[in-house]
Write a protein that binds this ligand. Structure first.
Ligand SMILES: Cc1ncc(COP(=O)(O)O)c(C=O)c1O
Length: 450
């Protein structure tokens, strides 16, 4: 039962707030969850009911809510300085963070450009790439390739390299003229291959697009296409892409906004696979979900094309008021310190195994589960109407949404992507909490579909 104050505040929310990615008419029947506080992997409402945050608050929270060390880092920095502009001024938290990022990222990445959200980290890479080609005598390189199913944010520039129709549809007419190509679809592989025999035969359209067009760069989410439904594809695709980008002189832009900082079982996918992209985009987990911050890393070669006498007007003009916010940088420094201590990432392995075992069991037991897939601490169950032919549910049946509502009743915050029930919990989740998360998810699926 909601008390009068909660009812009153929710009415005020309804009156004044426009939430992201939300059909507000849904609130006529189900109100948003009013979260009062959060601790570890749990969100708590006003009545004290806990909800397991199975998706890390839109994939940002790495180390759990209300983390004592992150709180302390934030408070220490707050005593000194909350914010200062970042042109003509620098500060210790940003200097420390840039050198740590350079140290732990792929070898050739040596320069860090700070901004404040994931979309912007991609915008920065796109703009740097375009300007690089203009200043290097190749001004016809103005288009980017993106994968169908790829997601890189929703500002107009980032949306122009987004391969998901639901985000693009309404804005198609004003988007930049980039090139979307078919990418991997391992669940419904058109080549009829399974993951073991696959040699990324689906790379063919990418190769062709690079061969036939003047391309500035290729933007990709390495290993996991998050917003597409945590679609997972094998590293061989990325190896082929790196070789092709090198041979056609196109920049390789790795968008690790969602997958970096331990999510896949390594700090960075690029580093783990020994692939050095031209640009590496980071955000979300960088501050463990405390404050908005993003970084675009690039090479000396790119940086050098902008380095000249002022009068030659080659500087990179891109500025945000909150670039490299010192509070955010301090929390990011502490986040990196924790991830780099005591084999933090290696110690995730038993949790990764447990998620795998439980996910496979749900797949086997549920006639609605077409696939269980997993990359490190990221996992997904794709629900289908017919397990034999993988026929999906109709969009209007809103299966995922109904499972989300069941989850709320049972104390778990899921936010399915269509009919994909996915898990990307804070890395600090315990094995007991993993069991609870997966068991309740299975119950929710059964409650809605059986
Ligand atoms: C891969 C990827 N890139 C970019 C973004 C955009 O980040 P933001 O929402 O912070 O703008 C997201 C957000 O989900 C993402 O998953």
């Amino acid at each position: 039962m909601q008390d009068r104050k909660t009812e009153f505040d929710l009415a005020r929310d309804f009156q004044n707030i426009w939430h992201p990615c939300t059909q507000h008419k849904d609130f006529e029947t189900i109100k948003p969850l009013l979260v009062e506080r959060a601790e570890g992997v749990y969100l708590y409402d006003r009545e004290g009911k806990g909800y397991l945050d199975a998706i890390s608050s839109w994939w940002v929270n790495l180390l759990g809510h209300n983390h004592p060390r992150l709180n302390a880092a934030l408070q220490n920095q707050l005593e000194k300085m909350a914010h200062v502009m970042f042109a003509g001024i620098t500060h210790q938290p940003a200097i420390d963070l840039a050198s740590s990022l350079v140290e732990v990222s792929p070898e050739k990445l040596s320069k860090v450009f700070f901004s404040d959200n994931g979309s912007t980290s991609v915008e920065v890479a796109l703009k740097m790439s375009l300007q690089y080609w203009q200043q290097s005598g190749e001004s016809n390189k103005t288009r980017f390739i993106y994968l169908k199913g790829g997601y890189h944010g929703e500002t107009i520039g980032a949306l122009s390299v987004c391969g998901l129709d639901i985000f693009r549809d309404k804005f198609e007419k004003v988007l930049l003229n980039n090139l979307g190509v078919e990418g991997p679809d391992c669940f419904r592989c058109p080549y009829g291959l399974n993951r073991d025999s696959c040699q990324a035969e689906c790379f063919e359209p990418m190769e062709k697009a690079l061969e036939e067009n003047e391309i500035a760069g290729v933007v990709i989410e390495p290993l996991v296409q998050g917003a597409a439904g945590m679609k997972i594809y094998p590293p061989v695709y990325l190896k082929k892409l790196k070789a092709a980008c090198d041979s056609y002189s196109a920049h390789l832009i790795f968008d690790e906004v969602a997958v970096a900082f331990g999510r896949t079982g390594s700090l960075f996918v690029s580093k783990e696979l020994n692939i050095s992209p031209t640009f590496l985009c980071l955000s979300k987990g960088i501050t463990s979900g405390y404050l908005p911050l993003a970084a675009t890393l690039t090479t000396d070669e790119i940086y050098s094309a902008f380095y000249d006498d002022f009068s030659n007007w080659k500087l990179f003009i891109h500025s945000h008021s909150y670039s490299a916010n010192p509070l955010a940088c301090s929390v990011a420094n502490e986040t990196l310190a924790i991830l780099n201590e005591n084999n933090f990432i290696r110690k995730l392995q038993p949790k990764i195994n447990l998620i795998g075992q439980m996910g496979k069991r749900i797949y086997e037991e549920s006639k609605w589960c077409g696939e269980f897939r997993q990359q490190g601490m990221i996992a997904a169950l794709e629900l289908v109407k017919n397990k034999n032919n993988k026929e999906p549910f109709l969009l209007e049946s809103r299966v995922g949404y109904k499972i989300y509502l069941e989850g709320l009743k049972r104390g778990i915050f899921l936010r399915p992507l269509g009919d994909v029930i996915y898990f990307i919990p804070p890395l600090v989740i315990s094995e007991e909490e993993i069991k609870r998360m997966m068991t309740i998810a299975q119950e929710c699926i059964a409650a809605v579909l059986d």
